[in-house]
Design a protein around this ligand. Structure first.
Ligand code: GLU
Length: 320
């Protein structure tokens, strides 16, 4: 009853569009008081001390309006969210060749699982789990002149923001503790699905994951995927079909072994990261980013999942 009342209050008076700012504020107020905010990822030591009371939401609609609440302008470690941007760059560079080395099926397993990779002869299930993202990193190293710098500039260009950078402490922290990623890269190498040295590929991958961005910067960076592949800020573009494919992969593979749950509860393509961020989008309508560092058991942001479920329920804006 209270929710319905609130939702009625959230209709703006002068047109039939939802009052997005009021909706975000209501969702934020409801979620921020949750007693269980999940657990901050600690397997990357540098992430362990992030305060789990951080919470931000940012929305950008396709008509270019921005709405934000909470810590939406505070940078955080984007981690696996970077895999979508890396994939988009790889597709822009080598197109269909990407799919000779990586499959497009959900894994139904945790992001860093090794067993499936061995059983399936070194072909990762999809580009959004670690093994797939490591192959994408290999593709980028082979096709970019200055891989780390060029990739960072790609993200900056998509966002129109030169201040975006790597957090070198986070990259180093993962480098000295990322034994499972080393195991994954070595397994890929043993199946001849890695062309560059393991050290070089992982150095790139750890830096890619250690990019820091705010919710607002992420909604801008992902806007081209809600806009048929076209970035409004510059000439960066994918074809409509390439954007469709990336969105399909986010829907089916973007949430580790909880992709079904996210589609079921939220109904949007999206990608989460262990830094606590989630980006989700509705093509031709909006991009929304949440950041709350406490994770659930599957490694997805607890408040982020809740927020996005509330958002699509209240606005009735989802792909279904
Ligand atoms: N850099 C992290 C790893 O490879 C990314 C994990 C994630 O965000 O899912 O473990």
């Amino acid at each position: 009853m209270q929710c319905q009342q609130r939702w009625l209050n959230c209709r703006s008076t002068n047109n039939n569009m939802p009052d997005f700012q009021a909706i975000l504020e209501h969702i934020y107020q409801d979620a921020v008081i949750a007693s269980d905010k999940g657990t901050v990822a600690s397997y990357i030591p540098e992430l362990a001390h992030i305060d789990k009371n951080n919470f931000g939401i940012h929305l950008r609609t396709s008509d270019g309006n921005d709405y934000g609440v909470g810590n939406y302008n505070k940078p955080f470690s984007i981690q696996s969210i970077s895999k979508v941007l890396a994939l988009s760059k790889a597709i822009a560079l080598i197109g269909e060749g990407t799919w000779k080395r990586i499959d497009v099926e959900p894994s139904g397993h945790p992001f860093n699982q090794l067993a499936l990779l061995e059983i399936e002869n070194g072909i990762p299930r999809n580009p959004l789990i670690n093994s797939g993202a490591i192959v994408i990193a290999d593709i980028l190293i082979s096709n970019l002149k200055n891989p780390k710098e060029d990739f960072l500039n790609y993200v900056r260009d998509l966002t129109g923001d030169e201040t975006i950078n790597f957090n070198k402490d986070v990259a180093h922290s993962e480098k000295v503790t990322g034994f499972k990623n080393y195991a994954t890269a070595n397994l890929l190498k043993s199946f001849n699905n890695l062309n560059n040295p393991v050290e070089d590929v992982l150095d790139f991958y750890f830096h890619q994951c250690a990019i820091e961005m705010t919710c607002q910067q992420l909604t801008k960076a992902f806007f081209f995927l809600a806009n048929k592949g076209i970035c409004m800020l510059n000439k960066t573009r994918l074809t409509k079909s390439q954007a469709k494919r990336i969105n399909a992969l986010m829907l089916t593979c973007g949430f580790y072994d909880e992709a079904g749950e996210f589609a079921f509860e939220v109904g949007l393509p999206g990608k989460s990261g262990v830094g606590g961020g989630i980006v989700a989008l509705l093509p031709d309508h909006f991009v929304i980013t949440t950041w709350a560092p406490g994770l659930n058991k599957k490694g997805n942001s607890k408040l982020g999942m809740l927020t996005l479920e509330q958002f699509t329920s209240k606005t009735k804006l989802s792909i279904f």
